[in-house]
Each structure stands twice: as C-alpha cells, then as structure tokens.
Ligand binder design. Sequence first.
Ligand code: UDP
Ligand code: MG
Length: 317
Amino acid sequence: MVSIVVPVFNESSNLDALWSRLKQVLDGLGREWEVVFIDDGSRDDSLKILRGIAANEDGHVRVVELARNFGQHSAILAGFRQSKGAVVVTLDADLQNPPEEIPRLLEAIDEGNDVVGGWREERQDDAFRRYASRLHNRLTSMIVGVPMHDYGCMLRAYRRHIVDTVVDCDEKAAFVPALANTFAKRVAEIPVGHDERQAGESKYNLFGLAKLSLNLITGFSLIPIQALSMTGIGIFILDAMFAAILMIHRIVYGPQEEGALWTLFAVLFLFVGFIFLALGLIGEYVGRIYIEVRRRPTYIVRAVHGAEADGSEPQRN
Ligand code: UDP
Ligand code: MG
C-alpha cells in the first residue's frame, strides 16, 4: 500500500483541485492507497473541505487535525505516524508539486531505493528564493553527507522503515528530508515538474527560511562548536608567529621603545587563544550531551539472516 501524506495550512482554495488531480493519479496506480491530510491549524475552511473529502472516500482518506499551527515538518511527522503504507509519499497541498509525478517516484522506490527525492529542475519561484535554495542545498548536502540537488522539494517517497525511524526519533525541530537521508542505504533523485503556487501565498518568508537553515546546521552537526576550538588554535598559531617576529626584531634591531607594548599584545593573544580553546572544549562536551539527548539511533538492524534467525523482523536499537 502507498500512503500519501499532505500537510495543509490555509489552503482552502487549492484543495478541490488538488483532490481531483490526486484522486485520478491514485486510481490509476493499480495499488492500494490511502491519503493522510494533516490540517496544521488552518484558520480558513481547509479542515471542513478535508473532512468532506474524507467522508466521501470511506476509509481511504484520513484527516489529522492538529490543535494549532506547528509547521510543515511537524505536520509531516504527525502524518507519518498515522500512515500505514509500505511506501509513504509526501506532497505539498498548493499544487506546486504535480501529483502526476507520483508513479515515477514509486517506480524509483521499486528499483530498490529507500528514499526518492524530487528535484525541481525548473523552479517556479522568484530568483532570490532559487539562489537561497541553491546555497541551502550545498550546505545540507555537506552536513548530511548525502549530496542532493534539492533538499527542499517535498515531493518525496520513503520506504516504511525509514518513516518509522524518523517517527521514532520524535525530534522537536526535524527537517524531514535530511533526517530520512541519514537513515537510508540507497537514495535517488529524479527530476520532477514544479508549478507556480495555484492560489494563496507561500507560508515561508525570509525569516522562516533562515530559521530552517540554522535549525539544519545545529540539528545535524557540531560545526559551530568545533569552529570555536579551531579559532583558538588559529589564534595560537598566529600568536606564535607574531612572537617569533618580535624576537627576531629584537635580536636584529635591539630593544625598541614600544617593545614592551608589542610583547604585551603577544601575551594578550596567548590568553585570547586559550579562552577560545576552553570554550571549544566545553562546547565539545555540550555537543556530546546533545548527541546523546537527541537519541537518534546509533544503528538500525533491518533483518538478521542465517540459520536460527527468521530474517524478517526489523528491530531498532
Ligand atoms: N504548510 C504547513 N504548515 C505550515 C506551513 C506550510 O502545513 O506552517 C504546508 C502548506 O500548506 C503546503 C506546504 O506545507 O502544503 C508547503 O508550504 P508552502 O507552499 O507555503 O511553502 P513553499 O512552497 O513556499 O516552500
Ligand atoms: Mg509551495
């Protein structure tokens, strides 16, 4: 079975069009399907429309009503938890991701990939947004260690065990595509279409995007903390060079009037370097605590093969 997970926040003017296109695609799949809509605290008629759709589709469509607006990624996590399919596809509700691409995502999953990401080759967003996004993708690829052209595209397919692991992490500020990739063995990316937003406006402003990027850096790496220690070491090296130059100067030209001042500088920077190193060291311990507290799995066993093992039950540590 395939589960389609759609986060919805104030999308009342898109939902009818979305549903008619999505329904057509799903009927043509030749597989069992379910759709999980998450109403992420919409203040318009979205919930009413979604409940109307669910009422007409006996059992195939469920609507998860969140108590308030928790944000796109939290909404997707809520949808993941409710989904039952062996494959889960996420999709935006504003019709920027064409539902007609779903069969191609599923094909790529059938080829043995754990995660299949859509790649919006021709993005229909403004130039600033495209540029910011390119930067964001480079950064994410580096931090996650899985290079992808488009981490922001929410038209993606995940195998069940990936979805379960992501849900189990229960992170407060999860960035779903990045988190999922850290648990995947095989990841693929396929070009998908991208349309302009059908109606309504984007829920992300500059501040929202910056927050997402910062969340990503601090959520997936200790780079900012480690930069402190590196700065400390850098200052030590520069200071040692500075001290050496002072010494040579003194030997060659003899004592100078302002020599004491320069020596004081050299001593001062020795201490500054030391402070940075100390901060970095404390940060290193804080970082370790952070990694423990985050409780991401250290490893994931999918199956145990061999004589006594039944080879089927996936376990997580
Ligand atoms: N969304 C959500 N909660 C939010 C913000 C957005 O569920 O707090 C949904 C929104 O309804 C849409 C998807 O997430 O289905 C992507 O949002 P949007 O189109 O505003 O983002 P953009 O395409 O501009 O990145
Ligand atoms: Mg959009």
